[in-house]
Design a protein. Sequence first.
Length: 110
Amino acid sequence: MELIKTGLLFVLTAFAEIVGCYLPYLWLREGRSAWLVIPGAVSLALFAWLLTLHPTGAGRTYAAYGGVYIATAVFWIWAAEGKRPDAWDLTGAAVCLLGMGIIVFGPRGA
């Protein structure tokens, strides 16, 4: 159960960061309303807070989070931008998740 809880926390953290960056992108690159910066800032604050909820130390959390972020961003390509990820996107995300698994589940000395 702890594994599922931690995995969901990683994914939620990644979505908060992606949304926090994507909303200002819409304003700056797509000509949308500047008001998108406000929910973007709230989402980035949520992202920072969610990082503090992870059970391991900051460095290891950030390293493992990077793999989940990449995989979540590949999903974002499809879900938010309507572009289907190709085999290279999916392979790269899988390699990153493998790296995350090594960081999280690797045996640690006492």
